[in-house]
Design a protein. Sequence first.
Length: 457
Amino acid sequence: MSNGDIKPVSVDRRSILQRAWPVMLANASVPLLGLSDTAVIGNTGSLEALGAIAFGAIIFSFVYWGFGFLRMGTTGFTAQAVGAADEAEVRVILWRALLLAVGLGTTLIVLQWPIAELSLSLMNGSAGVESLTRDYIAMRIWGAPAALALFALMGCLIGLGHSKTLLLVQVVLNSLNIVLDIWFAGVLGMGAAGIALGTAIAEWCSVGLALFLVLRILRARQGRDQEAFVPLSRLRDLARMRHTLSVNSHIMIRTLLLVFSFAWFVRYSAQFGDDVLAANHILLQLISFSAFFLDAYAYVTEALVGEAAGGNNLPAFDAALRKSSELAMATAVVLAGGILLGGDAVAQLLSSHEAVWQQVTLAVPWAALYVLLAVVAFQLDGVFIGTTRTREMRNASLLATVIFLPLSVLLVRAMDNHGLWLSFVVYVCLRAICLGYYLPALRRSIIDQTTPVHGAV
């Protein structure tokens, strides 16, 4: 397809906001589920059960986060296929991702015992908590194929620009989850296992809804030509599958490096005492809350730049990056200001210990600075995910992590908790700087059309 045949990608701030706000709401609905689970067990179950759902939630969050490439890779490939007006590839990308998700989810079911034992060996809980956590894992693991398939379906929706449908699926998932958790754990008294059962059932119901909605969208895009709905020749293309696995493996390594860096930050926080650890945890929650908003712009950026790259449309690429970044940076300024001015008040709501309040007061400027600067890394992540240039993302995260680890040790010795926060801010800046270094080459690849698009090798 020549450039003259490519339909220009329309980019304006209003359309970016229209795509972004449903993602913000979908992201913000996730913590409500954790709060509801805690409230149900906290009022009807034992302390051991409360500890079990805390352990179980952490374990599944870490495991599933490692497979986040199913969402990100699907978004990038789908957006590029849309930009190239290749509807057959849009469908194949979805089915390829779903097959991979189901395969990985089934593998998790098979490996549930070593996953449980390894995780619990690292968490140092009481015998009662560990026993109930095993029950939780044994029940919830049956939802793994559905949970991973949801990642793929959500990636498809983002790549197609259907963020309102994404919001609908997320609201149904969390609402059904809450109702089932109350029924199984609260009414039937199943405790932590009931929470896990409710979550697994909600995941399977939600993946059914998401699949129905996505297939309806794809049929509408395809029109009456139903014969080619699943192009099997492309689906069986081993070269394309290897390219997909390669892209996703880079995202997985990048994600694990991010998880490790955050875990390193928490680990070092503990050496300063419980008050500093609690204060840093509160500030990390404020950073996570800010990420709900900044991630939404990054998701929109993924779709827009991917579509522009798929159509070899450099002006649309530049417009998407510029306008989405302007909105994201304005939002980051507001969020950073809110943390700086309201962080102390939030700390007093979340903790009754004055020592924790004092530590939050000392460190809150660092958290605000982190949010203000992290928006650049968020946006560039969106660019490289949308264009599936994931090797560069992996390299950027690797270099930033390699520098962050020894730097944090040196700065902690010199500045205590302030040094830890400074190294954390430097870490997110390094990620942005490294990705920025790769950006000109990415733009040039769109100009000369040498980069493989929409999953081609």
